[in-house]
Design a protein around this ligand. Structure first.
Ligand code: SAM
Length: 240
């Protein structure tokens, strides 16, 4: 029997926001390698004989390095196993999914990718915050706040100069730098919403301006994982 790798998007958190195809892949798994942002309720779809391994990042838990995750995928697949790699949101978006897929292919493993509902639009959307709205925003940028060298992404400055809605993932540790950039482009009164643990019962949401948001976040004791939405579309939240 030939093994394979199936990359599956687990959705943004709410376990019902996975695709049917994703559920069927989990049901077929001999091995399930899952991340911190994949809801553990989804493991219930796996068979009793399925090997389930947490390979994500959580404080106080030993972190599996990316090279070790890659090796696990290949080792299991070479033994003829169907390996499902369950990743938060969509597996290709800011999640190293493509790197894992390429590594598997380079080692002669067949691969399949099942897209997921990404947090970048689903977390604002379940809060009835659209990323585009006629008359308010014609486009959106989706950026990582933090690059692989742990620097602030350079594109944030370029995005701040546009009129687009700006969605920042992995940006909480860079919030003050992000706000400084918007202040430098004379946008200190621009609206900003931050949503932590979106789509989950533990969700927290705050809305303010570039000027006020850091205090609001501090008061609400907010941290990762969170989505930052900056721009005029945030006006519609007030109308709810
Ligand atoms: C490594 S990225 C993975 C993104 C994922 N592939 C996706 O499509 O949603 C992790 C970041 O996604 C965002 N994120 C994921 N799930 C979230 C949620 N339920 N609530 C808020 N932000 C979330 C946060 O910015 C977090 O730091």
């Amino acid at each position: 029997m030939k093994g394979k790798l199936i990359l599956v998007g687990a959705g943004p958190g709410d376990p019902e926001l996975i695709t049917l195809k994703g559920v069927k892949a989990i049901e077929s798994a001999d091995v399930l390698l899952y991340d911190a942002l994949a809801n553990e309720v989804l493991l219930n779809y796996a068979s009793n004989s399925c090997i389930k391994k947490f390979v994500g990042k959580k404080p106080s838990i030993h972190q599996t390095q990316q090279v070790d995750i890659n090796k696990l995928i290949v080792e299991y697949a070479q033994k003829g196993k169907t390996v499902v790699r369950l990743k938060g949101g969509d597996p290709y978006l800011f999640g190293r999914g493509h790197e894992e897929q390429v590594y598997a292919r380079e080692n002669g493993i067949d691969t399949e990718v099942i897209p997921g509902v990404s947090s970048f639009y689903a977390v604002p959307e379940v809060n009835q915050l659209p990323l585009t709205r006629r008359g308010l925003s014609e486009s959106f940028w989706v950026l990582t706040g933090t690059t692989k060298d742990l620097e602030l992404a350079k594109d944030i400055r370029r995005a701040a100069e546009s009129d687009a809605t700006i969605v920042v993932l992995m940006g909480m540790n860079k919030l003050s730098e992000i706000c400084d950039i918007f202040k430098e482009t004379e946008k200190s009164q621009t609206l900003i919403t931050i949503i932590q643990n979106g789509t989950l019962p533990s969700q927290k949401i705050v809305k303010g301006t570039i000027e006020s948001i850091q205090n609001l976040v501090k008061r609400a004791k907010m941290s990762n994982p969170a989505i930052i939405v900056i721009g005029e579309v945030n006006q519609v939240l007030e109308k709810l």
